[in-house]
Design a protein. Structure first.
Length: 282
C-alpha cells in the first residue's frame, strides 16, 4: 500500500506518522506543497492509494486538498471539512445549525457595529479572533471599550480578511479548556490545557500545560455531535468549560498532538495510519 502525505513543514507529528507508516510497511510518498506545481488540466502527481493532508498553512492546505480531490483522488481530511474547520465563523454556524452548544458569538463587518456589539452584547468584555488562523495568533482578550476601539482601528488597515470581526464571550471559569481528539468518528484521547501565569490563552503552542483528560460520556457525546456535523476525519475539538456546562469552541482539522501522546499514552499516529489503511481499502 502507498500513502502520500502533503505537508509544508515537518513537525513532530509528521515524523511520528511517517514512522508508523514505516513500521506497518506502508510506502510513504512525501509531498512538500511548497515544491508542487499543479497542472490544472490533468493530475501530474502520484498520490498513491490515499492522501493525508498535514499542511499547516490554511490556504496551502485548502488548495492542495482541492487539487487532490478534484483530480479523482481521496484525501483525509476532505475538501468540505477543510473549508469548514479552517474558518471559525463557518464552524460556529454549522455547530449551531446542528444544535451543538457554542459560546455566545457575533460577527460584524464594520468598526461601528463591532463596538456597539462589544458594548451591548458582551458588556465590554470579550475575545476577538481572526476567522482563520491557529496557535492562538492574533487572538485578543478585550477587557474594556477603549481596548476594543484600539484593536478595531488597527484592523481597518489590515488585509480585508482580518476586518471581519469574530467576537466571542470569554469563558474561563476554571483556567483551562479541553482538547479532544477524534479519528474516524471515534474519540481516542483528550487533554486539559491549562493557561500559564503569563498568558490568558491555553494553547500548548504558547506554553500552556497539558494534563490527561478522562473522557466521560458527556464529553464523548458533545465531541462526536460536533464532528459528525462535518463528517468523518481527523479532528481536535476544543471545548470550553464553564459553570453553565460545556461549549464547543473550535474544531481543528490539522491538529497537533505532540504534547498529548506522552501525557495520555495514546499512540495517535498509529491510529491515524490505521484509519488511512482502512479507508484506502474501501
Amino acid at each position: 500500500m502507498r500513502i502520500s502525505m502533503l505537508y509544508d513543514i515537518i513537525r513532530w507529528e509528521e515524523r511520528a506518522i511517517l514512522k508508523s507508516m514505516e513500521d506497518k510497511n506502508i510506502e510513504a510518498i512525501h509531498l512538500d506543497v511548497k515544491n508542487m506545481n499543479l497542472n490544472l488540466e490533468g493530475n501530474n502527481y502520484d498520490f498513491g492509494d490515499i492522501s493525508l493532508q498535514r499542511s499547516t498553512g490554511y490556504y496551502r492546505n485548502l488548495h492542495s486538498t482541492a487539487y487532490v480531490e478534484f483530480t479523482g483522488n481521496r484525501i483525509i481530511n476532505d475538501f468540505n471539512s477543510t473549508i469548514i474547520t479552517g474558518n471559525k465563523m463557518f464552524t460556529s454556524l454549522l455547530l449551531s445549525k446542528n444544535h451543538v452548544k457554542i459560546p455566545k458569538s457575533y460577527v460584524s463587518f464594520s468598526k461601528d457595529v463591532f463596538l456597539k456589539s462589544f458594548s451591548d452584547d458582551f458588556n465590554n468584555r470579550a475575545v476577538t479572533k481572526p476567522v482563520t488562523g491557529s496557535w492562538g495568533r492574533m487572538i485578543s482578550l478585550l477587557n474594556d471599550y477603549y481596548a476594543a476601539m484600539d484593536i478595531t482601528e488597527y484592523k481597518e488597515y489590515m488585509y480585508p480578511l482580518y476586518q471581519i470581526n469574530y467576537t466571542q464571550e470569554y469563558i474561563n471559569d476554571f483556567g483551562r479548556d479541553l482538547r479532544v481528539f477524534v479519528v474516524n468518528d471515534q474519540v481516542v484521547a483528550g487533554i486539559y490545557r491549562y493557561k500559564t501565569s503569563m498568558d490568558w490563552r491555553t494553547n500548548t503552542a504558547l506554553g500552556g500545560n497539558a494534563e490527561p483528560l478522562k473522557i466521560t460520556p458527556e464529553i464523548e457525546e458533545i465531541t462526536l455531535n460536533a464532528t459528525k456535523s462535518i463528517g468523518p476525519g481527523i479532528y481536535g475539538v476544543d471545548i470550553l468549560e464553564s459553570k453553565e456546562g460545556l461549549f464547543v469552541n473550535e474544531i481543528n482539522g490539522n491538529t497537533e498532538f505532540k504534547n498529548t501522546v506522552p501525557v495520555t499514552g495514546v499512540n495517535i499516529p498509529e491510529l491515524i495510519v490505521d484509519y488511512l489503511i482502512q479507508e484506502a481499502k474501501k
